[in-house]
Design a protein around this ligand. Structure first.
Ligand code: FAD
Length: 388
């Protein structure tokens, strides 16, 4: 996968997906339960991801990335998440940071960071959420004050994935806390881990284990002013919003992957487990579950394909990406829940895999816009597109 190419055709795409499938089955699936239960960071997988080029999957080839389409990338993410969702976060959050630099960064920022991000030498994440502000990002309180050719940052972030094992984050700050409207005072900084960038606490989570999600404190953290994305203050909120379409397609793919994995496990178990002298798959109550799960998986796949296709053609896809994210994440929760019921009492055993899917699934309904907010976005778009 590391040979530079100008563009990928269907055959290339198949070869890439084959190599990912091979890696997932050989390296990811076999270690998932152990690392999840130990809440241990999978360092070896990170090295393998570097070899596969995953850290540069969507970064342009001119910067050393693979320059994959959103469609191909979504299929990769779905495959990884179908075995174990958590490792997909290691390159997903990283690529959201890379995408912001590639789309909105200065030429110097692109040249300095993108080649190192493409190889995985520099691995990042996104630092938006604060203890008092998640959905309402404009309420953040982290402030960056200009001091000569630096900014001095003070504040706190929470739930920041990749912040312990990564090398830096895309940091959303207020450069003008008094701005009205609030978003005009917001900016994005490339924040490398140097003095004053404190990883305060690795959070204990229900699921999405093994991957580091931390609370961060910025205590007079000095960052060079040339780390301001795009070099102009006040654009940070719009830059975050500009990455949401791709971000939502990614989360949709992760949710869909959980749904695929739960369905696969349930299909197998339903044919193995016997009750009343026959496999439980022959009971109509179980068949109804399998049918609904499979239908939700295919619906999510098609919505992801539609949104990613539009994204790749450069078309606006905010409505489609929101629908895909809503459908993909809800399919993950639905299929994990139904699979738990199919496994009966064994669903509660940590000797089986299904309980991990159940613990991991809900997160996809929360990240990149909660599904409550997404439904209001879908409705507003519908009304705007169909006025009377
Ligand atoms: C495991 C994990 C990893 C994460 N990783 C990252 C990361 O790497 N970087 C990062 O920046 N963040 C990360 N997050 C944070 C995540 O993005 C936020 O949790 C999410 O945006 C929701 O914010 P909140 O938790 O503050 O909920 P709130 O915004 O407080 O929402 C609480 C409830 O109110 C509802 N609500 C709020 N406002 C509205 C509205 N206007 N209309 C309708 N309903 C509304 C929400 O839907 C939700 O049901 C992570 C979270 C988790 C759990």
């Amino acid at each position: 996968m590391s040979d530079a190419q100008q563009s990928w055709n269907e055959e290339d795409e198949r070869a890439i997906l084959d190599s990912i499938e091979h890696w997932v089955e050989k390296e990811v699936r076999p270690i998932a339960r152990k690392f999840d239960q130990a809440d241990e960071y999978p360092h070896e997988l990170v090295e393998q991801m570097k070899e596969l080029g995953l850290f540069g999957a969507t970064i342009g080839q001119e910067w050393g990335g693979l320059g994959l389409s959103a469609r191909t990338y979504a299929k990769i993410v779905t495959k990884v998440a179908s075995a174990w969702m958590a490792p997909s976060g290691i390159f997903n959050s990283h690529l959201i940071m890379a995408s912001a630099i590639e789309r909105f960064g200065t030429e110097a920022q692109k040249a300095e960071f993108l080649p190192r991000m493409a190889t995985g030498e520099f691995r990042g994440g996104i630092g938006l959420t604060e203890p008092n502000a998640g959905t309402d990002l404009q309420a953040i309180r982290t402030v960056a004050t200009r001091d000569g050719d630096h900014y001095v940052v003070n504040g706190a972030k929470t739930w920041i994935t990749n912040s312990l094992n990564g090398h830096g984050i895309l940091l959303l700050v207020k450069t003008d806390p008094a701005a009205n409207p609030r978003h005009k005072g917001m900016s994005l900084l490339i924040a490398e881990k140097t003095e004053g960038f404190v990883v305060a606490n690795k959070m204990k989570k229900l699921g999405y284990k093994a991957i580091d999600t931390c609370e961060l404190v910025f205590d007079n953290y000095r960052v060079s002013a040339d780390r301001l994305i795009g070099g102009v203050e006040g654009k940070g909120f719009a830059q975050v919003a500009g990455g949401l379409e791709l971000g939502r397609i990614n989360v949709a793919a992760r949710g869909c992957g959980i749904a695929v994995g739960a369905l696969e496990l349930a299909l197998r178990y339903a044919q193995e487990r016997q009750s009343f002298g026959k496999p439980i798959a022959e009971h109509q109550a179980i068949q109804l579950k399998l049918a609904e799960m499979a239908t939700q998986v295919e619906a999510a796949r098609l919505l992801i394909e539609q949104a990613a296709g539009k994204f790749d053609r450069g078309e606006r896809c905010d409505l489609e990406a929101a629908m895909a994210k809503f459908a993909g994440s809800e399919a993950g929760v639905f299929c994990a829940n139904e699979a738990m019921r199919i496994f009966g009492g064994y669903s509660y055993s940590t000797e089986y895999e299904i309980e991990r899917y159940y613990r991991d699934a809900m997160l996809m309904c929360i990240g990149e816009g909660t599904n409550e907010v997404l439904r209001t976005i879908i409705a507003k778009q519908l009304i705007a597109r169909h006025p009377i």
